[in-house]
Ligand binder design. Sequence first.
Ligand code: F6P
Length: 366
Amino acid sequence: KKRLAVMTSGGDSPGMCAAVRAVVRAGLFFDCEVFGCYEGYSGLVQGGDLLKPMAWEDVRGWLSLGGTLIGTARCLEFKERAGRLLAARNMILRGIDALIVCGGDGSLTGADLFRAEWPSLLEELIKTGKLTEEQANPYKTLTIVGMVGSIDNDMAMTDNTIGAYSSLERICEMVDYIDTTAASHSRAFVVEVMGRHCGWLAIMAGVCCGADYVFVPEQPPSASGWKDELKKVCLRHRKRGRRKTTVIVAEGAIDDSLQPITSEQVKDTLVELGLDTRVTTLGHVQRGGSAVAFDRLLATMQGVEAVKAVLESTPNTPSPMIGIQENQIVRIPLVEAVSQTKAVAKCIEKKDFAGAFNLRDAAFQE
Ligand code: F6P
């Protein structure tokens, strides 16, 4: 029987529980044994109770839950070879040679490197007497499959990451709340949203909440002109009778000289316009709460596909990342998706903002 392990890693996102549930149940359905790897990569490194079999009923009720019930962590030990040696040994002692990781680009890259290093890890474990050849030989290759769990929607080559729409929903609810008090007092609100270096949450929230202005990293405004432009737009809206002003600032917002645009700067600019202005940084409420229907669906379809990808993988198949493109669940070479994601950051560094915008996926550009 094929034995695979499933883990969630990096920042949690709503839908990760649904993804684990889908992997566990699809795995059992296809006659595999499925291990839960708890606390991200720490589960592999520490083994013990953090790497244990999961049964059908263990994931009962998980479909709608937020966060991740198998835990997640940013594991420093796994970044060192010594940690990865422990991880490989723990896996082999349990007969696991396939790993499905649901996380962001860092977690998925780590997994792919682990796969590349696997033969040399086994060699070292045998040489140092930590494993016998008989123990290691049946597990010569490691299969890695990635699923993207992140509220940021910052992974290239997939239209959506698991959790992004739940987070967007949360942001919209919060901005709706803010709007009622803003309009009552005729105030301006600067709402800072997450997304790391990606402006997807900010842009989408801007569209869905009818914001006056949105600042995102991929389309930085002019360093010398953005304050005047912001004032002009907000004033125009006020003159049309709008009683509130809503400006969404992505946490990674910058100007075209790559200097950060902070919520406080935006607030000061609106104050100069004579608007009574408050800043709300939404913070981790954006990552909390249950998964919206789309994330449940995405996680479930991708979890099933991830198990199929494990079963169909060969030593020559590049590690796939399960994604969605134009509503089709697809397998994408993980390395390519990660390198295109990094290319966006490189474009921004080189001030090639049009390039950065174009490299973002269709869902962003729409
Ligand atoms: O990647 C998800 C995310 O929520 C980002 O949007 C944000 O920048 C970061 O994680 C916050 O990380 P932490 O939870 O470690 O503060």
